[in-house]
Design a protein around this ligand. Structure first.
Ligand SMILES: [Zn+2]
Length: 121
């Protein structure tokens, strides 16, 4: 999976900015490229990824997954994350503190397996 530099920069920047709260967004693109981060109303808040976000089904089919931050510094998915990942999409990103580079990003598929993610050349 590839991600545009500008999209990664945006996700890292917002994650840093709202730390220690969690950031979450949806991702738009196709099966090979993450092209855009979509921030939905009420998805920036402090009390955990799931509360609002998990109840929101993607609005359109160009939504290919999600991204959210882990203020803990651990980008392993929680059991709640795994349930959410399996509900839709092809790629889900978890961004860990300190949110500095792509090394702080882990990508998972719908089954919760780690998949490679790289910046677009
Ligand atoms: Zn999580």
């Amino acid at each position: 999976m590839l991600i545009k530099d500008s999209v990664l920069g945006f996700i890292l920047g917002v994650s840093r900015e709202i730390h220690p709260r969690e950031f979450s967004c949806q991702l738009r693109g196709d099966e090979e490229l993450i092209e855009e981060a979509i921030v939905l109303p009420r998805t920036i808040y402090g009390e955990g990824f799931a509360t609002t976000f998990m109840n929101m089904k993607p609005i359109d089919y160009s939504i290919i997954g999600s991204a959210h931050s882990h203020p803990t510094g651990d980008y392993s998915p929680s059991s709640q994350d795994l349930r959410f990942f399996s509900s839709f999409g092809v790629v889900h990103l978890i961004i860990r503190q300190p949110y500095k580079s792509i090394r702080d990003v882990a990508a998972y598929n719908n089954s919760g397996e780690r998949i490679p993610v790289e910046l677009t050349p």
